[in-house]
Design a protein around this ligand. Structure first.
Ligand code: GTP
Length: 616
């Protein structure tokens, strides 16, 4: 098909505003999926996605649609390539990758919610990419839909007339065909040069045990045929093509992919590293198959790589250990497999005296961490302990050496530290004006720095703060939802590492330091945090037959203390009345026994205690 009749687009939205549901309707209208095979949220293919009703991975799909020409009254066929994207902030990397592969975006806004934090964040990403934006208000069938108000907000935000905004119900299908019409009319067709040497942008990749690494690509220039050899410009890897084709959304083989197309190339490669997202694929000259010439020569001309993507940055780190020590090899295997389809997952081996052998892992956020751990236990049957999530810290030591640590346990002795920096984010909160008081109070209690307030409309505002990442990732979102009765939403992005007066808070159980309980806290919060942790532990660690001291310390100084009382075998119970001196003797004996246990015995901390105390 000529590029003129191709439209490549994404649907972007705040979480739950209806992207997957709209995608379902588009698939139906274009008859891409047979009616009997249609199911809700068809593009959410993972079990977790379907159960939780969230999209985690981007998903491309090719649709065909015919439109009657006003002039000739003929039906003109169009190819519509949709990339469905996730809405949660942890996966905004997936969104920005998708946006680089298309020319337009449908911005979907829930009429019962109005503009929310990820609506803004995703809109800005689309504007940065110079995409044409088609604003659509969804859920107009709901009784509490605020169509006019939402329409006014959008018109003010994007600077378009309200009548240009399409109002739909993705659920009932009302007006959805209007969206298709607008996509065809407003989104520009791709304009790559089909005669130029082939260049394809890899916007996603995954591993298939039969086809090897499969790259999902947008062909920018030229043509790639199924019997070409290809070359990855940045990983400098040569590969054959096992097969290539399009996603409907299931794979469908074709003979070639041309400028403007979105499709897949199965490479047979075994290492996902060789096919990184953001890399540019080009084709090798046919003659190169037999001759042994150097790389410069075998590539058709000298080809400039496409802009590519920023590296993903892990923001949250936690260690994962198998509950059963001998499950370590299985855990390693499972992580390696997950990594093949999730480039953002980072892990490396680690060991701890308390927990044995495991892995330090890096995630895009708490939801990403939750999903990985859930997939490990569901898809790989792993029984796991996950330590307290932490951010990374940059430390400058007095001897001039610099290091980055990923858990409190790695923190050097306080005497050796000159300064310590922690990651800070720009935090945007969208909320109704009448919730400002309580939301600002919450923000103030989280070490934030207030920047500004913008008005979205008369009664909705955007608050902007700078905040330490550690205070945002754990339970800020839950607290925000609760102080705003569910009406506020937030988005954050990393800005810089900032210096702060931070100290390590250690927890001693029966006199022994338990590293897994350590955390890094601001010096002025050390005391209150210490108190909180020992109080929590007191309720979680079961009683032993000796008294267990729980102490919180900072630089070796005790800041809080609790005691878990022992079981008391009442050895004197039978000696009612009777001889007081005998009774005392027995109690003395028991005390001695206790002392013995205390000095030799070690407190057994149940595995769940690590987990439950670490959960906020
Ligand atoms: P994420 O992928 O998690 O970001 O969500 P999403 O944007 O894909 O939203 P999804 O399509 O999963 O819809 C969220 C919820 O809203 C689901 O329960 C849908 O059934 C419902 N929903 C979507 N569109 C409409 C609509 O037009 N009307 C009504 N009443 N409900 C809708």
């Amino acid at each position: 098909m000529s590029q003129e009749n191709i439209r490549n687009f994404c649907i972007i939205a705040h979480i739950d505003h209806g992207k997957s549901t709209l995608a379902d309707r588009l698939l139906e209208l274009t008859k891409t999926v047979e009616e009997r095979k249609m199911k809700d949220q068809l593009l959410d293919q993972m079990d977790i996605e379907r159960e939780r009703g969230i999209t985690i991975k981007l998903q491309p799909v090719k649709m065909e649609y015919k439109v009657k020409s006003q002039e000739t009254l003929d039906f003109i066929p169009y190819t519509l390539n949709l990339i469905d994207t996730p809405g949660h902030v942890d996966f905004s990397y997936e969104v920005s990758r998708s946006l680089a592969a298309v020319e337009g975006a449908v911005l979907l806004i829930d009429a019962t919610q109005g503009i929310q934090a990820q609506t803004l964040a995703n809109l800005y990403l689309a504007i940065e990419q110079d995409l044409v934006i088609i604003p659509v208000i969804n859920k107009i069938d709901m009784p509490n839909a605020m169509v006019n108000k939402t329409s006014k907000e959008i018109s003010d935000l994007i600077g378009i007339e309200e009548k240009e905004i399409i109002k739909i119900s993705a659920k009932t299908g009302e007006n959805v065909s209007e969206v298709l019409k607008e996509i065809i009319e407003k989104i520009p067709s791709p304009h790559g040069d089909i005669k130029k040497p082939a260049r394809a942008l890899v916007f996603d990749s995954y591993f298939d045990s039969y086809k090897g690494v499969v790259a999902q690509v947008r062909i920018v220039d030229g043509v790639i045929n199924k019997n070409n050899e290809i070359y990855f410009l940045s990983s400098k890897t040569k590969s054959e093509i096992i097969e290539l084709g399009i996603m409907k959304p299931q794979l469908e083989k074709t003979d070639s992919l041309e400028a403007g197309d979105i499709g897949y190339i199965a490479t047979g490669l075994k290492e996902v590293d060789k096919c990184r997202v953001g890399d540019t694929i080009t084709r090798l000259k046919v003659e190169s198959k037999k001759s042994k010439v150097d790389e410069e020569n075998i590539i058709e001309n000298k080809i400039e790589a496409l802009p590519g993507y920023k590296e993903v940055r892990s923001t949250v780190f936690a260690s994962i250990y198998p509950v059963e020590g001998n499950d370590y090899p299985e855990l390693k295997d499972a992580l390696e497999k997950l990594k093949l389809n999730d480039a953002a997952l980072f892990f490396e081996p680690e060991s701890s005296s308390a927990l044995g052998r495991g892995f330090r892992c890096g995630f895009l956020g708490m939801l990403h961490m939750e999903i990985i751990s859930e997939r490990l236990s569901r898809e790989y049957n792993m029984n796991l302990v996950i330590t307290t999530p932490s951010v990374s810290y940059q430390i400058r030591k007095r001897d001039g050496k610099e290091l980055t640590i990923f858990s409190p346990a790695e923190m050097p002795d306080p005497g050796m530290i000159e300064k310590i920096k922690e990651p800070w984010v720009k935090l945007e909160i969208v909320l109704p004006k009448d919730k400002m008081g309580s939301v600002m109070k919450l923000a103030e209690s989280s070490r934030t720095i207030y920047k500004k307030t913008d008005y979205l409309s008369q009664d909705r505002v955007i608050l902007e703060y700078e905040a330490p990442l550690i205070n945002i990732i754990v339970d800020f979102y839950d607290n925000l939802k609760s102080v705003s009765s569910g009406f506020a939403s937030m988005n954050y992005e990393f800005i810089e590492f900032k210096e702060w007066d931070l100290v390590k808070l250690d927890i001693l159980v029966a006199g022994e330091k338990v590293e897994a309980f350590s955390r890094i806290v601001p010096r002025d919060e050390g005391y209150s945090e210490g108190k909180k942790v020992v109080a929590k532990l007191k309720n979680i660690i079961p009683r032993q037959n000796f008294a267990v001291a729980l102490q919180a310390t900072i630089s070796g100084k005790i800041v809080a203390r609790e005691t878990i009382r022992p079981f008391r075998k009442d050895v004197t119970a039978k000696l009612y009345g009777g001889d007081v001196s005998r009774k005392r003797k027995l109690l003395e004996k028991q005390k001695k026994g206790k002392k013995k246990m205390k000095s030799f015995g070690k407190v057994e901390i149940p595995q769940e205690a690590f987990l439950s105390v670490l959960k906020k």
